[in-house]
Each structure stands twice: as C-alpha cells, then as structure tokens.
Ligand binder design. Structure first.
Ligand code: URA
Length: 343
C-alpha cells in the first residue's frame, strides 16, 4: 500500500509556573481531546506553523520555549490512504488563559500534568507529555538557580568580577555540555556565553565534528567577566562552584567537554590540559573530555587541529548511540485508531 508522509506542528501550551502551571487541552467536536496542531504549509518553518495554528485554533499569543521540541510519529488512514504522520510539538508559554477556540472545537480546559495525560488518551503521546512537562519544570529550576547566582555580586563582600551575569545557554535536556572558563568582554556586553572570538573558534571546532551548537548546553565555570580577562581567583571559583554543580545536575548531560585548565580543575580536580588534553574520564555517570580552551588555540594556531581531534572522540562516542532514522521510525510507528487523529 502507498504511504503518504505528512508533517504537522503543534504545542504543549502552558500558563503559570511551578505547582500552579496548567496546560491547555482542546476538545474536538465529536472526537476526543487533543493538542493544538496542524499542517506545516509550504515554505513555513515548524515553529512558525505551530504559532499560526495556535493563533487560529485558540487565539492565544504564545512564546515558544527555546530549544524544546519533541516529534510524534504515527500512522492513520485518510480516504483509504495510509498516512505516516510526523508532528513536531513545541512548548509554548501563554500569559493569558483566555482562549477563544475555533469552530472545529467543542471546548477547552487548562489542566494539571496528570489530568492532561488522562484526557489525551493516546498511549504513544505519553513519553512526549513527560518530556514537555519535565522540560517546563527544568525551566523553573534554572530560573531559580540563575536568579540566586546572579545575585552573588550584591551579596558578596569585596566582589571584583563584573556584576553582569552571563548564564549558560542551550537545551536544558542536552546530551552534551561544554564548560569554559569565564565570560570575556564581548560575552559581558551581550550576556551570552562564547559569542566573541573564542566562541567563533569553538563553533569551528564543533562544525568540523558535525556538532550543532544549538543542541549543546554551553556555559562557563565562572559566569561573571573577570576584569582584564584575568584568571578567576580560588575564592571566586569557590563562590561559583555550587551553582555550576547545580546547573550541571539540572541539565544532566551524558557527555561533558571541559575547555582549559580551570574547567578541568573544577570538575575533575585535574589541572594540566597541556598534558591531559584528549583524555576521557568517566565520573558520576558522565563521560568527560578534556581539551584546550579556544583562547589558547587563538594564540597558538597548532592547537586548533588538536582541539578538533580531541572533540572527535566525543563525537565518535555519541555516534555509537545514534537517533533512529526515519526508516526505522516507519517500522516502529503505531497506528492511531482513535478518531481524534485528524490532522
Ligand atoms: N571563554 C569562556 O570560558 N567563556 C565564554 O563565555 C567566553 C570565553
């Protein structure tokens, strides 16, 4: 039988945070409950399609949570044709609970995580629900860690680092984390890690190993710019250390790349990158790779190919557990028998 493939986008929409966070679920006319979703139009990105569908189906103006998406794959029948459907779900925040639903819906509810899973009824959607709900809880936690961390300058006597906090950046469920030393002047101005010359060099190392920056959580061991780009003092490192550990535990990456002596010292108690670079260390259920800081490779260009080679070790380990290909999904996808699988 011919199988047609279709692509849709939708979202887990929430209001509020913490214990009072609620998710929107729609009741389709004559059918079951579902998330807002619909076809991706020609030339449209999945994110734009999700926002458009949300607007059309609920009138809500939402903000997509950066970095999160999870894709459902299933079969359904449409005019006696078997359709393989891919639906990319985002996580979207709404400031208002006042949804105005479209014609095709009979009602809507803002519900808790548990109720959402009960109402939705598609077995294969449960892991996606869990992924979205857990990501939203991680958002709360990172906000709380970072708000405490960013208050260090006003709480610490004799603070000499910049008072501008440069938090980590990337998916809160990243499989790979990269930890540098401390933000530079450009990072201090833009409040983002690795966006200056070191960042460009790091991106080149990542590209050579076919890594995408937006799939990696990137941060510095000390998240405030040290004046004159000096090495943070032991006391400054100690003040920042508990926050670094909390961030690491929250993201919980399987692999960590340590850039330079300071990150290597703080995470592994191991200093000399000059001799340790390329070393793989298993610790606490994670695999660490030690390599040079990009600033070193900016100064000594022969370190660039060495960094590329060091990082390739992690790339090889990660490729040993690849994501399933679309062909594998085709064999694994289940058929949605419920009438609700309309789009
Ligand atoms: N070096 C770091 O360690 N972190 C940055 O954000 C930039 C340069």
């Amino acid at each position: 039988m011919m199988v047609e493939t279709q692509y849709s986008a939708g979202a887990f929409i929430f209001v509020g945070s913490g214990a009072s966070r609620k998710y929107l679920i729609l009741k389709r006319k004559g059918k079951g409950y579902d998330l807002p979703k619909g076809h991706i139009e020609k030339g449209e990105s999945s994110g734009v399609a999700a926002i458009r569908e949300i607007m059309e189906e609920t009138s809500l103006r939402v903000t997509l949570v950066p970095y999160f998406s999870s894709t459902a794959k299933y079969f359904y029948f449409e005019n006696k044709k078997r359709v393989l459907k891919f639906v990319k779900y985002f996580l979207a925040e709404s400031k208002s609970a006042g949804a105005k639903i479209s014609e095709e819906h009979a009602g809507f509810k803002w519900v808790s995580e548990q109720e959402f899973k009960k109402l939705l009824g598609y077995e294969d959607m449960l892991p996606l629900c869990d992924a979205a709900f857990s990501y939203a809880r991680k958002l709360d936690e990172i906000k709380s860690i970072n708000s405490e961390y960013s208050a260090l300058p006003e709480k610490s006597q004799g603070w000499e680092l910049s008072s501008r906090f440069v938090p980590g950046e990337g998916p809160l469920n990243a499989k790979l984390m990269i930890i540098g030393q401390a933000p530079g002047r450009v990072e201090d101005a833009k409040l983002k890690p690795f966006v200056g010359r070191s960042g460009k060099l790091l991106e080149a190392v990542l590209r050579r190993n076919k890594f995408r920056r937006d799939r990696i959580y990137i941060m510095s061991a000390v998240q405030f710019f040290p004046p004159e780009n000096r090495m943070p003092t032991d006391q400054e490192v100690e003040l920042c250390r508990p926050f670094l550990y909390r961030q690491l535990e929250l993201v919980d990456p399987r692999y960590v790349i340590l850039l330079g002596n300071l990150a290597n010292q703080v995470l592994l108690g191991d200093g000399a990158v000059e001799t340790n670079h390329g070393k793989i260390t298993e610790k606490g259920g994670r695999t660490y790779l030690t390599t040079f800081h990009p600033a070193a490779a900016l100064r000594f260009r022969d370190k660039f190919p060495i960094m590329v080679d060091d990082v390739s070790k992690v790339a090889k380990l990660m490729k040993a557990s690849p994501r399933p290909s679309p062909r594998q999904w085709r064999n694994k996808a289940i058929t949605h028998n419920r009438k609700g699988a309309k789009k």
